[in-house]
Ligand binder design. Sequence first.
Ligand code: HEM
Length: 427
Amino acid sequence: MTTTDRPGGASKTSQDDALRADENLVTQADVDASIAKYGRDIYHDFDIDDPKFNEHFHDILDDIVEKCPVVKSNKGSGYYLVARQPLVRQVGQDWKTFSSAQGYQPDRPEGLPYLLPEECDPPIHDAWRHALNPFMSPGAVAGYEPVIRQDCNTLIDMFIDRGECEWVSEFGAKLPGWAFFKNVMGVPIDDLDKLVESVERGTFEPPEERPKYFAYIFEYLGNYLADRAKGPSKGEMVDLIAAGVKYEDGEMAPWEDRLSVLVDMVFGGIATTTYVMADGMRYLAENPDQRKRLVEQPELIPRAVEEFARVFPPVVALGRTCTRDVEVAGTQMKKDDFVFLCYAGSSRDPRVVENPTTIDIERETVLHSAFGVGPHRCIGSNLARVELRAVFEEWLKRIPDFRLKDGEDPIWETGILRTMKNLHLAW
Ligand code: HEM
């Protein structure tokens, strides 16, 4: 199956896409149906933190992608959201008009330090990405694979004889942290659980609560970075961060920027991959025929991993601030307005993906936006892919037959990120 053709085989051009991306199909009947079903008008009064969005995640995304080019929210000072793939691409690539320097979330809580390279624009962004990218290249991360596979087996050893586990806390929340800390950062894993919890709560607690969790992360990693700065370089990413990069004005990046880069890498490294793994595992537990297929044909796992990243996206939406008045798909945005790029919706856009609501672990080309678009495209995507392949391969070798534990329903949580709070598996 290919994903680049429209159903029916009609070819498309990017201009054609852009035109269709402007189409507003929302009717009064849609608005009424939305209020009846979700208790709000999801097209003109959207709320990314609404529990109904968590509950009806895929339905709401599909509805928005189909009908509404620019969604409006009245939360706080208000924001917009684009979810159709051509619009997400347009906004994501135009960093001069849609800046990251005011942060990735609207109404940024007071006291939350900025995260780099996520919350800055070129040239500062370029300076850091050029220096950091080599540590995360496909070649660099391939070297970590044996340790990651060993870590998968160490974790499985801890519960395999029990015949059951709570997968998120016992495996999924641990593996990405181990993979990243041990291999890339050289950070000890002793305090990882506390860091993972702080990242989660710093993301999902009400906005005014979030800064205190980030304060802990900054303090812990600040002490670690200061220690590493005193010692000799081991040539690891953390040594590069501690030494800093030179900015365009010839000055070295200040200490707070270096710490902020370390925090951003840790945040990205442990807040995301867990969810793709967890919902992928849940899907395989509930679909024995698909699971059997991967057990018998493990060469399909890389394709399944891309499909899981498409349909179980940990990054729902991150945003930009308009640097000038600008029109997007017929909506006039003003300077300082905030607009979310909904990567989760963009990966389900029928303009790009054939039969987007179908989970097809054999798709040959999976054109998804799970890792973002434009200059901020995920720096950790190569590592995430190695982790995801290792997890499904090692798990299915050891535990090929598993199911959801009776009476224990999985719980999801959604805001700008999406995650699973628990997943009880039995075998
Ligand atoms: C399946 C796993 C992952 C997904 C789906 C994901 C997704 C994303 C997305 C969508 C962005 C773009 C942000 C934007 O547009 O503003 C991003 C950026 C980023 N990611 Fe990931 N990520 C994953 C894993 C990782 C890992 C493993 C790391 C680190 C080891 C990481 C570190 C980062 C960092 C530092 C950025 C900011 C890059 C920049 O602003 O230039 N991510 N990620």
